[in-house]
Design a protein around this ligand. Sequence first.
Ligand code: HEC
Length: 81
Amino acid sequence: IDVARYPDLDTSGRSFRDACDQCHVLPEPSSRPAREWRRVVQRMEDNMSWMNRIVGSAPQRGEPQLRRQDILGYLESKAGR
Ligand code: HEC
């Protein structure tokens, strides 16, 4: 990600940043179209539950549904074609 292009990572993009930089660097939002972000976020949720089984502690912050909407909404608003 080119963070200079995303000054709103501290505000509207916060859920995306906090959720998605836990395991790897943040992906570039404009690198994929919106429909692919839906699939990626779904798969990352599977990765997260898999990780939770390994480390035994779930990072249960906030309301999951809401955060998912926050993350997807942010990615979709920045998505490429
Ligand atoms: C629990 C750790 C973990 C978290 C949290 C996580 N990821 Fe990932 N991510 C992975 C792993 C492991 C891979 C490589 C395997 C795979 O693609 O599933 C990956 C790969 C990726 C890829 C490249 C895969 C591709 O199809 O090219 C993207 C893009 C990505 N993650 C986006 C995200 C986004 C967006 C979030 C936040 C919703 C996120 N990740 C959160 C573990 C994580």
